[in-house]
Design a protein around this ligand. Structure first.
Ligand code: R5P
Length: 309
């Protein structure tokens, strides 16, 4: 078992290696002068089970291409099998045709990764569970719900309600509510144009409750900030937010700082150390222990799903 670190999230790769007491594969990943990716593996990996760790976060196209080229290099170096560990699987939000004549990028990216030579995928909170079916190789989809539930229990907040920021997130919200023993509310969100979101209704009573919004992605921050505002408008006490993948584009961090959100907790599937350096509201908890444990179980052919029982 060996780990090849992509360059999108070096800190997470080092943390995973530390948990597994392994050294990262000796490699050079650089760019040609025109931006093309160049990779060289500097040690023998023939016959090894290799885990290549790379989130396809911003710059999404560069990081995706780097992942594909890493897989190609591993395949041509006679690795026994290649697991693509993609903590944040980008291009996932176009997982069906919502309007005519659009792409299904999640399927295209799945094809690219499989055709490059990956034998297995390990990811965290895929935007939609059915993306597993876009791959014809095994996919292990980990959930951050247990980590979030542990964090919420430590805060010792009472009178909690879990809130789904849109209909698509109900399953995730229900899973968290079961773990922290709370009821749920659902926000009816509409997107008048891509990138803009509006709260239409809130299903469930949030008056005087501590609301815990849970979502897979925060990108521009519009969904969560509008949701928090609407919850406060309906008499919620405080609003806490738990997000797996902090994409945090544009002014998202400022929006959060100036919003009615009390605290936003996220994981390190995406490296945000620079972006949130001065944030007073954003807290990061590491996903490295969970990913490392899943990698160990894959290498030993033991159950990954029992991690979530
Ligand atoms: C949408 O279905 C996702 O789960 C997120 O709610 C969405 O991507 C968040 O985007 P933004 O922060 O730009 O509103």
């Amino acid at each position: 078992m060996k780990i090849l670190a992509g360059t999108s999230n070096s800190k997470l790769c080092r943390d995973i290696a530390r948990h597994l007491k392994l050294k990262l594969v000796n490699s050079n990943i650089t760019r040609f002068a025109d931006g093309e990716v160049y990779i060289e593996i500097n040690e023998n990996i023939r016959g090894n089970s290799i885990f290549v760790v790379q989130s396809t976060s911003t710059p999404a196209n560069d990081n995706l291409m780097e992942l594909l080229i890493c897989i190609d290099a591993l395949r041509r170096s006679s690795a026994k099998n290649i697991t693509a560990v993609i903590p944040y699987f980008g291009y996932a939000r176009q997982d069906r045709k919502v309007v005519p004549r659009t792409a299904i990028s999640a399927k295209l990216v799945s094809n690219l990764i499989t055709n490059a030579g990956a034998n297995r995928i390990l990811s965290v909170d895929l935007h939609a569970g059915q993306i597993q079916g876009f791959f014809d190789i095994p996919v292990d989809n980990l959930f951050s719900t247990p980590i979030f539930a542990r964090h919420i229990k430590k805060t010792k907040l009472n009178n909690l309600i879990c809130v789904s920021p849109d209909v698509g997130g109900v399953e995730r919200t229900r899973a968290l509510s079961r773990r922290i023993n709370s009821s749920i509310a659902i926000i009816d969100k509409r997107r008048p144009t891509p990138g803009k979101s509006e709260v239409m209704n809130i299903v469930g009573s949030v008056k005087n409750k501590n609301c815990v919004i849970v979502d897979d992605i925060i990108d521009s921050g519009g969904t969560i900030v509008n949701a928090a505002k609407a919850l406060k408008g309906k008499g919620a006490k405080d609003v806490y937010v738990y997000i797996t993948h902090a994409v945090l584009s544009g002014q998202a961090v400022n929006k959060i700082e100036n919003s009615s959100i009390k605290r936003l907790v996220t994981t390190d599937t995406i490296d945000n150390s620079k972006k949130i350096r001065n944030s007073k509201k954003i807290e990061i908890i590491s996903i490295a222990p969970m990913i490392s444990e899943a990698m160990k179980r894959i290498a030993n052919s033991t159950s990954v799903s029992s991690l979530f029982k």
